[in-house]
Write a protein that binds this ligand. Sequence first.
Ligand code: SF4
Length: 240
Amino acid sequence: MVMYISLFSGGISSFESTCRLLDEFPNETRIWFFDTKIEDQDTYRFIKDCEVFFNMKIEIYSDGRNPWQVFRDERYIGNSRITPCNKLLKRRVLENKLHEEEFDNERIILVFGISGDEDYRGKRISEGWRRKNIYTKFPLLENPIYYGQGYEEFERKYNLISPRLYKLGFKHNNCGGACVKAGIKQWTHLYDNFPNIYLWHEEQEKITRQLLQKDVSILRDRNGGITKPLTLEALRRRIE
Ligand code: SF4
């Protein structure tokens, strides 16, 4: 029997993708969530609500570390181009789990909630896993293609409360709104909405810079045509 594993990110798109999958393969689906240990607290509430909606357990796995612990271990701070956090806290944990469960690659299909506006990612993801002999599925890229929806529409449609980050204007519900791939605008938004969480990341960046003894940071300052590191501390002072 083929097993479909829905890689649930805690966001609305992966919810929609899981719904489509369960409609098609209700008895051959499992749902996995990879916890980076810096998720927004409301994500766990959303996961529980989704479990009731799907009538299925969402299995939570983690490496045990958060992205900053990974950056210190890897001696590299993640940024918009390179994300060791994603590689080690999500992809590697997924690979380990597949290995641990001794799945036959030919009988596994990984399911991603990639929507129509980012279909270019689908091709890359699918080619990457194919090299490992694993098939992928993208329910949102199948007809009718899903191009995303607002949280109000989502709530009306499913009678569920969406993750609070959407209501606060964040585009994605991952890593508590503190994704290293995000730019200055989102980090400023994080500071405006969750100053304590921002300050925690600022402190983590400081500790990591000291450990690495290097002028490195998540963000880049491109003012004046010169690109240089912009620390979260410097950005906060700028905002203030
Ligand atoms: S969401 Fe961003 S910060 Fe979190 S693991 Fe992925 S790349 Fe890293």
